[in-house]
Ligand binder design. Structure first.
Ligand code: XMP
Length: 326
């Protein structure tokens, strides 16, 4: 649309003026905000941008490929992929406490991104091509929340960003600072990003790591990824994407129950479907998903994912339940 074209043009001009001939780095998470922010910067300064994608192995089915293939195809962005799946699994081994998981995932992410950023800086290397800018997908509501909406708290230059060491400092580029989420999505469409990415429902940074109740292992991640993909596919097919805020699928990995699948008795795991409707995730109600849709999801998951023999529905509002289980 006209306004989206205007927003894109205006931001592209601003980014060019801000960045000049310097180099820029952008961490892609698989989420909407970093994807759109990166695409705007790519549109503005092309090859001066290097995107970094730390694949922690906790994304849902197809999401890493979306970043590595579809995003690159749509934007032409230079992408450095760090396959850190083994490292995250190693760091998470034996850990069951939710906060502990969050801390470990956040810490590893920063360390790995820092290393990747150093490599990008070293590769760019030659004096006048220094990497000086880091893209952040900060949205208007975040700016207001942190008191920046008054116009006085613009991010200062050479701000140290979220846990990066002092000798690795960047100036922030925040092309989404004036936008709301729905505008970000429309800008993403305007920039030709993959629809799955642009319309992705909220997904926590620690990813599937906090949707496995119990220890996170490669096998459990595979099981959850399959079940989650089925639930997403069927909710979309039923036309419920816009109605449902998000639908975590949670694997109760330490729980087993007796079932009968195919020819015999099984002793498998339950998954929980947690579809919620919400305006802002501060409060939420459980979504009244039609029984027919739930039945299809349940049948498909128990038929197609061998290790799962029960599908349950979470009918708790927030409060008292949070949206995620951990
Ligand atoms: P809760 O579970 O607190 O979730 O009701 C509210 C919203 O926040 C998301 N969420 C997270 N997002 N990092 C994130 O980036 C996190 O650690 C995290 N924990 C929860 C959740 O998916 C929901 O949209």
């Amino acid at each position: 649309t006209w306004t989206m074209v205007n927003i894109v043009e205006e931001q592209v001009e601003r980014i060019r003026a801000e960045v000049g001939t310097k180099r820029v780095i952008c961490a892609l998470s698989g989420g909407v905000d970093s994807a759109v922010a990166g695409a705007l910067v790519q549109r503005a300064v092309g090859d001066q941008l290097t995107c970094v994608f730390v694949d922690h192995g906790l994304l849902r089915k197809g999401e890493a490929e979306q970043v590595e293939k579809d995003y690159v195809a749509a934007t032409g962005a230079a992408l450095k992929v760090v396959d850190a799946q083994e490292r995250f699994l190693g760091a998470l081994a034996g850990v069951t406490d939710p906060e502990e998981k969050r801390k470990i995932i956040g810490r590893e992410f920063i360390r790995i991104f820092e290393q990747a950023a150093r490599e990008v800086v070293a590769e760019a290397g030659d004096g006048d091509a220094e990497v000086e800018f880091l893209v952040q997908g900060t949205l208007y509501p975040d700016v207001v929340e942190s008191g920046g909406g008054t116009g006085t708290a613009n991010i200062k230059s050479h701000h140290n960003v979220g846990g990066l060491p002092d000798d690795l400092q960047f100036t922030l580029v925040e092309p989404l600072r004036e936008l709301f989420k729905d505008e970000v999505r429309r800008v993403g469409e305007e920039l030709g990003l993959p629809a799955e990415m642009v319309w992705r429902q909220p997904f926590p940074g620690p990813g599937l790591g906090i949707r496995i109740i119990g220890e996170v292992t490669a096998e459990r991640l595979d099981i959850l990824r399959e079940a989650d993909a089925i639930a997403r596919e069927e909710l979309s097919r039923a036309g419920l994407d816009r109605e449902i805020w998000q639908c975590p699928v949670v694997l109760l990995a330490d729980v087993r129950s007796v079932g009968v699948q195919g020819d015999g008795r099984t002793y498998g795991h339950p998954v929980v479907l947690r579809p919620v409707s919400s305006e802002d995730a501060m409060t939420a109600d459980w979504s009244r998903v039609p029984y027919d849709v739930l039945a299809v999801i349940s049948n498909r998951i128990t038929n197609e994912v061998r290790e799962i023999n029960r599908v349950t529905l979470d009918v708790t509002s927030k409060p008292p339940g949070t949206i995620e289980w951990e």
